[in-house]
Design a binder for this molecule. Structure first.
Ligand code: PLP
Length: 355
């Protein structure tokens, strides 16, 4: 008989480019307790369904919505797919397109392919933010969605969301904000990014990233229930009548853990984490600049810098879990598991290996 050997759990000691982090202890416990529950069948799994409603309501506080509609998704990808699906279903056009900055996450390409919607990607400005004029130039009467990013994956940048919401209105399209990464950081900045700042229709915000919930816990939020209605299908053999989520059976662990993290950390725990991570990002920016590297000034705790050509591979060979932007810059994502001593040891490896 083969004996079960527990695999080594993931170590975060050298993880510097991931948007995932260790869940908050309370979120980990909640996930374990709800492992066998399915919020996709709310008639049967009433308790987790109630937690999901409360989670959406707590997320509403984060994103400036009094009466939020939505559900806990498997992640940012599902939420982005649902945004495109709702916009397409609500529009009455024969050849729908969506207009997005090139900085939009690649999940948007999956959404476009799955839903047979044309994706028009538009170059960003030198500041890596969406350019509303350039986006207006390619939007037309068949545009069903203007897609904006609040905390981009590569540079942590926030698009000019009020201007993009205005553009959406002018072409009769919906407006979606992808705050999968930025949603738990931006409340502590003066950025204009949420439902209270602009007439946006829907949003992606992921508790399983900066929200410190266990995976899978993403969020799809909408201003009104017409968006959810546009996603709903009938569910004849469940106790509930319709289902708006993309997945059928879903993770109760994700829901319960998002609920626990939000209850305990919103807002002061998230604020403290934001301030700590931003301080570290500013510190490491100074360290890299003092070594002569070009660094994009962080607006969120995400530092992007251009290394010598061989350095990236050398640092990876030294065990650092790092990734690059499309143009070859290294991204350091300062998540809660990243400490100053970890960054000091990374910089020591940079010093040892640079040419
Ligand atoms: N949107 C943004 C801005 C992201 O950074 C990511 C992932 O990093 C996603 C969407 C996709 O999220 P997930 O990997 O949870 O599906």
């Amino acid at each position: 008989m083969t004996r079960f050997q527990a695999p080594e759990p993931q170590s975060f000691d050298k993880v510097l480019s991931s948007m995932c982090t260790e869940p908050a202890p309370v979120a980990r416990r909640a996930a374990e307790e709800f492992l066998a529950t399915n919020p996709g069948d709310p008639g049967t799994f009433k308790s987790v369904a109630g937690l999901e409603q409360e989670t959406i309501s707590l997320l509403g506080d984060v994103v400036g919505l009094d009466d939020p509609q939505g559900y806990v998704t498997a992640g940012g990808t599902e939420a982005n797919i649902q945004a495109v699906r709702a916009a397409r279903n609500l529009a009455d056009v024969s050849a729908p397109n969506i207009v997005a900055p090139e900085s939009a996450h690649f999940s948007l390409q999956k959404a476009a392919e799955l839903l047979d919607v044309e994706l028009r990607r538009v170059e960003t400005g030198a500041d890596h933010r969406a350019d509303p004029e350039a986006m207006a130039a390619v939007a037309d009467a068949e545009t069903v969605l203007i897609f904006c990013v609040a905390g981009s994956t590569e540079y942590g940048r926030v698009d000019p969301i009020p201007a993009l919401a205005e553009l959406a209105d002018s072409v009769g399209a919906r407006c979606h904000v992808d705050a999968a990464f930025g949603g738990f950081l931006l409340p502590f900045t003066d950025a204009e990014w949420h439902f209270g700042h602009a007439p946006i229709d829907s949003m992606t915000i992921d508790p399983h990233k900066v929200g410190r919930a266990a995976i899978p816990a993403g969020g799809f939020l909408a201003r009104d229930d017409s968006v959810l209605d546009a996603l709903a299908v009938e569910t004849p053999y469940l106790e509930s009548a319709t289902q708006a989520s993309l997945g059928g059976t879903r993770s109760g662990a994700g829901v319960a853990s998002a609920h626990a993290a939000l209850q305990v950390l919103w807002p002061e725990g998230y604020r403290a984490a934001f301030e700590r991570n931003m301080d570290l990002a500013t510190w490491v920016t100074g360290e890299l600049e003092s070594r002569g590297y070009p660094v994009s000034q962080p607006t969120l705790p995400l530092v992007t810098w251009v290394p010598e050509s061989e350095l990236f591979e050398a640092l990876r060979a030294a065990g650092w879990k790092i990734a690059r932007t499309r143009t070859g810059a290294i991204r350091l994502v300062i998540m809660p598991h990243v400490t100053k001593s970890m960054l000091e040891s990374f910089l020591a490896d940079v010093d040892q290996r640079r040419s």
